[in-house]
Design a binder for this molecule. Structure first.
Ligand code: NAD
Length: 296
């Protein structure tokens, strides 16, 4: 019997360790040929060698996704080795915690260059090759942090950008037969080990291998017709993420001055403020109604 990804050539960025390595391994077991990319070239080599030893097809690349020329080379290497690129898993990423007043401009730039520009550069190169080949599937790795998390402003913003890119490219690429979805994972990796808070939120049984079947599904034919979606898997839970949209009521008048904006809030919007962040924090203005220790 044929396997799920037989005949598919897939690039996995940041595939030398953690989630990326688990994705690459699963894709290879499912019959796909994998280009295992990681800026740590030795890790990429080792992951590709392990796949080959297990009977799979894999080659390694030590390029950085944060450089547009190198991102192009990753895609070209896949096409050269396997004759096509059918799938791209945009997984390479950096993470650090910092409060806004302690954050560092150089560190913020480095993160955005990998998590946002790296996804764009590799995606742009892949899309051209996929269009020439008649279609494909892109799986971007976003995060529940995209909803907003304490001490993770820059990382959260980078993953929010990945979500917006996913929705936009899904619209642009549907007619070209290229599907674009995002996965929000949770799993024990280096990224989690270095944060006490993340470690508390991640029970020991949450292995990267538990997320991999979702990624292979999104690359494979069973997910035909599914695009523009953010799907979260944390091990036991699997669900679609809701997408933000324009919220009713939408008030209209010819123009708004400060006074009428104030009235709009006093009379209407103060009752429609949203809880915010992954923790769903109640806005201070409404807290008197929800905090049972205080009287309204
Ligand atoms: N671990 C989690 O719970 C979790 C949660 C949400 C999202 N994510 C996302 O999943 C992805 C994988 O993270 P992980 O947890 O496996 O982390 P990880 O640190 O174990 O792996 C990330 C890999 O990306 C590689 N990398 C970094 N910069 C690169 C570059 N410029 N070019 C190529 N490769 C590069 C690293 O060398 C590393 O091997 C990331 O995008 C991360 O933001 C992880």
């Amino acid at each position: 019997m044929g396997k799920l990804l037989d005949g598919k050539a897939v690039v996995v960025t940041g595939g030398g360790r953690g989630l990326g390595e688990a994705f690459a391994t699963h894709i290879a077991r499912a019959g796909g040929s994998v280009l295992v990319n990681d800026i740590d070239g030795e890790l990429a080599d080792a992951a590709a060698a392990t796949i080959r030893e297990a009977g799979g097809v894999a080659v390694a690349s030590g390029h950085s996704v944060a450089d547009p020329a190198q991102a192009q080379e990753i895609v070209e290497l896949c096409v050269k080795e396997f004759g096509a690129i059918d799938g791209l898993v945009n997984n390479a990423g950096l993470n650090y915690e910092a409060l806004p007043w302690e954050d560092d401009a150089a560190q913020a730039r480095e993160l955005i260059e990998v998590n946002v520009l790296g996804v764009m550069y590799t995606g742009m190169a892949a899309v051209k090759a996929m269009m020439a080949g008649g279609g494909g599937s892109i799986v971007n790795i976003s995060s529940g942090a995209s909803l907003g998390q304490r001490k993770l402003g820059v990382y959260a913003a980078s993953k929010g950008a990945v979500a917006s890119l996913t929705y936009s490219w899904a619209l642009d690429l549907e007619d070209a037969g290229i599907r674009v979805n995002a996965v929000c994972p949770l799993a024990h990796t280096r990224m989690v080990w270095k944060s006490e808070r993340s470690l508390r939120a991640c029970p020991p049984d949450r292995t990267p291998a538990r997320i991999a079947p979702l990624v292979s599904f999104l690359l494979g034919p069973g997910s035909e017709g599914i695009t523009g979606q953010m799907i979260r898997c944390n091990g036991p839970q699997l669900h679609v993420m809701g997408q933000p949209f324009l919220k009713a009521p939408i008030l209209e008048r010819e123009s708004w001055d400060t006074e009428t904006v104030q009235r709009a809030f006093d009379e209407v919007f103060n009752a429609h403020l949203e809880n915010y962040g992954l923790e769903k924090r109640v806005p201070p203005l409404l807290r008197k109604w929800t905090d049972t220790t205080r009287s309204a």
